[in-house]
Design a protein around this ligand. Structure first.
Ligand SMILES: [Zn+2]
Length: 349
């Protein structure tokens, strides 16, 4: 189900249509059912961001980070129908080394207020354990949600002109189509550069557009008091997700080490729990690699998760575990069933 406010470019539509077609074909031919025993591995770790009736974000990359509470409920019913046990993240190492029924782990990144408001009641109804990966700079109101600031900066101005080290990017932002085109160019240009360029560019954009980034963080992200309640919840465990949410592979080693270690220390200090798991921000190969996997292990985390898609197989390195993103552009059980079967990754391999 695609939310009506999402504006698509032809390229988006084609890419999403292709992925949907592949997943639907796998589901409709029954390939996911008859191949799953060979392809699904031992289980999956699912990634969620926002859970809300409507996505707040409008641009496709941001809106895809939001699913409805109803779909979360359908995900949990589907996992039960498929025979998956929903288990705490801490059980992954033991379950990977033993035979048993397939298992699923639920993880929520960043620490959004809507998780407590809209996801928690669904998780409680199913008795489903979950891990919340807390970015401590969001809880401290010191780190911005730059991808949402970028969306608003484009919406507030008739045109933008930005000087990058490799040239100027400019374009009109008067109509919905112009804003989407500009968003697309700007978002991916920022993602191509190191974190220092991204941060500097966002500082200029935020100033020019007169935004209130930390007000947004306060509105959208849980503070320490909410997190203290969650940390005591019998279904919840808390993991770390850096201080300022940088792509760790795009910052100097010393800063990356501080981000990985300091987030654990802040969580211990505020919540009186020791986060044993870590999630790499953004988590794709360009954001976390061998250097970061070693750092997470050396910092004492017992496991760490990426967003590299895949199912869990015995022998995987515990500090580079794959996850499957439950994406707002694919809110149908058929797509998720095809994904958790592992068949798409076996085909790709
Ligand atoms: Zn994150």
């Amino acid at each position: 189900m695609v939310h009506a406010t999402i504006r698509w470019s032809p390229r988006d539509s084609m890419r999403h249509a292709l992925i949907r077609t592949v997943l639907s074909t796998i589901a409709l031919t029954g390939a996911d059912r008859w191949l799953a025993p060979r392809c699904r591995g031992r289980g999956v770790i699912l990634t969620f961001h926002h859970v809300a009736p409507e996505p707040e974000a409008r641009m496709p990359e941001n809106a895809g980070l939001s699913i409805t509470p109803d779909f979360l409920d359908r995900v949990l019913r589907l996992l039960a129908d498929l025979g998956y046990a929903v288990v705490p993240l801490a059980e992954v190492p033991a379950r990977l080394s033993e035979p048993g029924p397939p298992f699923a782990v639920l993880t929520f990144d960043d620490g959004y207020r809507d998780n407590a408001r809209h996801a928690l009641p669904v998780l409680e109804a199913h008795g489903a354990p979950f891990t919340m990966f807390v970015c401590t700079g969001f809880a401290d109101r010191t780190a911005p949600l730059w991808w949402l600031d970028l969306e608003e900066a484009i919406e507030r101005q008739p045109a933008l002109r930005i000087a990058f080290p490799d040239g100027v990017l400019e374009g009109p932002a008067g109509t919905a189509a112009e804003r989407l085109a500009l968003w697309r160019k700007l978002y991916w240009r920022l993602r191509r550069h190191d974190e220092s360029v991204l941060e500097q560019t966002m500082r200029v954009l935020v100033d020019t557009a007169g935004l209130d980034p930390l007000g947004r963080v306060d509105r959208l992200c849980m503070g320490w008091q909410d997190l203290r309640y969650l940390a005591r919840h019998p279904l919840a465990s808390i993991g770390a997700h850096t201080v300022s949410h940088p792509r760790l592979a795009r910052i100097p080693a010393e800063r990356a080490r501080v981000e990985i270690e300091e987030s654990r220390r802040r969580i211990r200090e505020e919540l009186d729990v020791d986060p044993l798991a870590f999630a790499y921000p953004v988590g794709d190969p360009g954001s976390a690699g061998a250097r970061e996997f070693t750092m997470a292990r050396d910092a004492g985390y017992s496991l760490a998760v990426t967003t590299r898609p895949g199912v869990l197989k015995p022998g995987l390195p515990l500090h580079a575990l794959p996850r499957l993103s439950v994406n707002g552009h694919y809110q149908h059980p058929r797509y998720l069933q095809a994904l958790v079967s592992g068949v798409p990754f076996a085909l790709k391999g």
